[in-house]
Design a protein around this ligand. Sequence first.
Ligand SMILES: [Zn+2]
Length: 398
Amino acid sequence: MSDGKSTLITGIGELVTNDGRPEDGKQGAFAAISDAALVIAEGKVAWTGPAARAPAADTAVDAAGRAVLPGFADSHAHLVFAGERSGEFAARMAGRPYRAGGILVTVEATRAASDAVLRANLRRLASEMLRQGTTTFECKSGYGLTVPDEARGLALAAEVTPEVTYLGAHVVPPEFAADPAAYVDLVCGPMLAACAPSARWVDVFCEDGAFGADEAAAVLAAGRAAGLSTRVHANQLGPGPGVRVAAEAGAASADHCTFLTDDDVDTLVSTPVVATLLPGAEFGTRQPFPDARRLLDAGVTVALATDCNPGSSFTSSMAFCIALAVREMRMTTEEAVWSATAGGARALRRTDIGHLGVGARADLILLDAPSHAYLAYRPGVPQVAAVWQEGRLVAGAT
Ligand SMILES: [Zn+2]
């Protein structure tokens, strides 16, 4: 991704580097420098420090006092789908029942859609994310739920991101309603075999009404045997075994974590499992927000992600999730920005992104604001002026 030329971004009011050392517990440290500069070379961060001491480079950009942050790492998104469910959302917000709603509406639309329709929707969402500063995103299958539909969903996802997740175990499709065990066998057998070549991760929706502890453990074990790393939808709708299952499977992340027991929190503290919080889902369903303060104060590593999907959380905006995390979940602005960048990187087991230390991938955002706090301070306002990915300006203008 390099044109062989170096770029100096100088006049940075606040440069969020996230290269601080964790003080105690596992949560890494937000870190920032004021009156800073940064040099990009060969697609990577080559230098950071005070603007007054910046070395020369082939080209220079004046940030004029604005903030520069690592690109957002959105570690949880469901982007391979067709159709939309705004009617269901509006009815839910109005307190009305909506009988036709749910994941299966999207499954039906996705199965009926052409590759071209699915690809166009996926690319539109991917570019929407990039314009808003998300330089890395994860993408799940889970709306096909047949061998060919899951396999094509993952092949399409692999066109737009390396962080591809096989979620055949999203929900039991209606044709297996009478025999869910047979569906788990399909997910662990022929469907996995067809999907594993396109995927890095395997995920399971471990929840009452979806997949229980034993079924979830079987799906994760089969995925691991096929070379995939694991992540889990856990404890979203009520207390349950999701966090424990994630820890036992060596998962990178337990996602949602809305209803946790003290044992669950202890498990998250004592294992490398990241707790990925998805406040867009609580916003979109009027469920209680997860207790981020309890997790952070206990020393759990917390990530923030969008859960972008057409049912419960149709937002691709990490800035919106940061604002919710600060306002509704009592995260500090520093914690929320760390969780949306370095936290997401941890949830994806990536060390090359989520920070702007020397050697990191040059994925970064220029904000139209003097500090990261503006992401929560001015909610709903587009503030991403420019986005670089591997050192190339890919959205906006300086
Ligand atoms: Zn999800």
